[in-house]
Design a protein around this ligand. Structure first.
Ligand SMILES: Nc1ncnc2c1ncn2[C@@H]1O[C@H](COP(=O)(O)OP(=O)(O)O)[C@@H](O)[C@H]1O
Ligand SMILES: [Mg+2]
Length: 335
């Protein structure tokens, strides 16, 4: 049985209709006009134990609302959801033992209390056995250098330190599933790298299932094996991260550094995109021509110092998926 199951899951919010202008603002106080905002629309997916799933989409797409339904914070308007065999909004307390949650925007820790005191409180709340608490604290200390700031109140921590503390707090009770909603927002590059290594290790050693939303698509590329993309409440893509570039676009870029000044450069089967000093960038379709054929041709025509092939950035790949979805193309068959 899948550890997370969502079946035609929807969430609608009732929001007041806003009229603009000052007199209208006064009228709004009395008007009972509401409209329905569909935040999540008939979303279905299953996640197996041990999967690491990236959940991405533009602001307002419905990511946090989905996570709130999966963790029992919000009640779905329609559809079914089961997490670790439980219905989240009905069995929220029981579910808490199986899940850990980190919201990058909001700490789960006590603001004025030193980090270590918050952790001790959580140990009491979850009735974590002393041995398990010790093992976990030592492991997380090793991986996240908790000792550097464990006696500091949460309000004085940097964003990176706070994220590390929240991760530890979410994991002390050995949950099977970890929900991460924008955990790396505002966090510096070094702390991000640590976060990625930590999550990978956690997944490898403890088979923790991870659902991660992030703006930083390189988090997804480095951490996740599966990607789900949501746009306007609909899942528009769900598939493996590996091979995504292959499936979305056949175009690659050949970067050539010439040994000496060449006036006009042209090669068959590739289109010149950019020329700067001794460097040229060509775009080619790898279904039509291979990089090695192009390299042979180039070397025969010009004196070449260096050649490399650039893969497209994950950002541009995901941008392409949005574009195709907006154009109404069926992504299921083309990807
Ligand atoms: N409590 C709420 N009341 C009304 N609308 C909400 C509420 N929470 C979220 N929304 C709306 O639902 C949509 C999805 O929001 P959200 O799930 O937070 O998106 P994301 O996390 O992908 O940025 C947005 O249009 C947002 O304004
Ligand atoms: Mg959000």
């Amino acid at each position: 049985m899948a550890i997370i199951e969502a079946q035609a899951l929807s969430k609608h919010f009732k929001v007041p209709v806003r009229k603009t202008g000052r007199p209208a603002a006064v009228l709004n106080l009395f008007s009972l006009q509401h409209t329905r905002r569909v935040a999540v629309d008939q979303v279905s997916f299953t996640i197996e134990r041990g999967e690491m799933v990236g959940y991405v989409g533009p602001n307002g797409a419905g990511k946090s609302t989905t996570i709130k339904m999966l963790t029992g914070i919000l009640m779905p308007s329609e559809g079914q959801v089961k997490v670790a065999g439980l219905v989240p909004h009905r069995e929220r307390k029981r579910l808490a033992y199986s899940i850990g949650v980190v919201f990058g925007q909001k700490t789960q820790l006590w603001w004025d209390v030193p980090v270590i005191e918050s952790l001790r409180l959580l140990r009491e709340i979850y009735k974590i056995p002393a041995a398990q608490y010790k093992i976990n604290l030592e492991l997380f200390n090793d991986l996240l250098d908790l000792h550097e700031f464990q006696n500091t109140p949460v309000r004085q921590l940097s964003l990176g330190q706070r994220m590390r503390s929240d991760l530890v707090a979410a994991l002390l009770h050995n949950p099977a599933i970890l929900f991460l909603d924008e955990p790396t927002i505002g966090v510096d590059v070094v702390a991000k790298e640590r976060f990625r290594t930590f999550i990978q290790q956690l997944n490898q050693e403890r088979q923790v299932t991870v659902l991660l939303t992030t703006h930083d698509l390189s988090d997804i590329e480095k951490v996740c094996d599966r990607l789900m993309i949501i746009d306007k409440g609909h899942i528009i893509y769900d598939g493996p991260v590996a091979g995504l570039k292959e499936r979305v676009t056949p175009y690659r870029v050949l970067v050539v550094d010439f040994a000496d000044g060449v006036a006009n450069v042209a090669i068959d089967g590739a289109e010149l995109m950019e020329r700067e000093g001794q460097q040229a960038r060509f775009r080619f379709n790898r279904h039509e021509v291979s990089a090695s054929e192009l390299i042979v041709e180039l070397a025969g025509k010009y004196r070449v110092k260096d050649i490399s092939v650039e893969e497209p950035e994950i950002e541009s790949i995901i941008g392409e998926i949005y574009r195709r979805s907006a154009a109404g193309q069926d992504l299921g068959s083309s990807l």
